[in-house]
Write a protein that binds this ligand. Sequence first.
Ligand code: SAM
Length: 329
Amino acid sequence: MAGMSLLDPFGRKVNYLRLSVTGRCNLRCSYCRPAGGDEAPTAGEILSDDDLLLLARTAVGLGIEKIRVTGGEPLVRKGVVGLLSRLAAIPGLKKLVLTTNGLHLKESAEALRRAGVESLNVSLDTLRPDRFARITGGGDLRRVVEGITRAQECGFPYIKINAVVMQGINDDEIEEFAALTLDRPLRVRFIEYMPAAAADRTHGITVPGEEILDRLSRRYRLLPMGKEELGGPARYFRIDGSAGAVGIITPVSCHFCGDCNRIRVTSGGVAKGCLFSLQDIDLKPFLRRGNAEGLRKALQDVVQGKPDRHLLSPEGFGGKPFAMSAVGG
Ligand code: SAM
């Protein structure tokens, strides 16, 4: 089925699937989990390895070229390395990548590399241990930093650090984060906080990407870089003379929906054409019956149902509040 491609009604080629493999997480970031508790599905409700493989194979058969495994925290899923190596072996899949909070990275980096994970995104919002513990509900920053170092030693070519910038919470660390790229081949990406989860005491804390760039250009000379193939929505810059790169991801201030190439599936098997979509499609019935044809049709419907743009603004969005932890970010 080589050469298949998925086109949505707006002419966008969809070749990127974000696959959440668990709703569980070993951190409790306030902006990510549902208000008032953890709605993670229980083990029985999440897709099995076989479900995920059938789903991934079918998606690749339709034209998906890149899969990002996310969560919850993907590294808390039992047997995730085995799952990743089976995913990596799917013929036609060009890129298997993983997003993690890095807590388990030190001990699993080598196995992840061997399994065929091509690159890693590590979420990290602060470089200060006390602040990290506060934002994450008790996380140990040192483990994340050691995990990143270990992953570099294991040969992950460039590691992306994703920092969600929040006014009054960590926006005083932008320059320090950027400085990490001076002598290390890291890509530090500043992500606009999306008011989606909490309903919503937190709006007003989004820092627009342009403001982040303005601040950085006061300290550094920023040189724009080109877009990478199968890359995400980040706009990259290199600090003159640096080993790495900085980027901004602006889902709130500047929609990149025109270039959207992705669909998502939650750990419970619900497919979404947009992070903020109101039209979800449950894939479980097709997966449970091993109904590959029904699954193909459902995935095509998800692509056909992609909205032309999402309705997110710094004040929130029109839909029902949801937990990023359930969808995978
Ligand atoms: N546990 C993994 C991790 O920490 O990367 C993967 C899942 S997590 C839901 C994926 C990404 O979503 C993280 O980088 C997290 O910071 C981001 N995220 C969660 N809630 C967000 C929000 N309200 N606005 C922007 N990014 C958010």
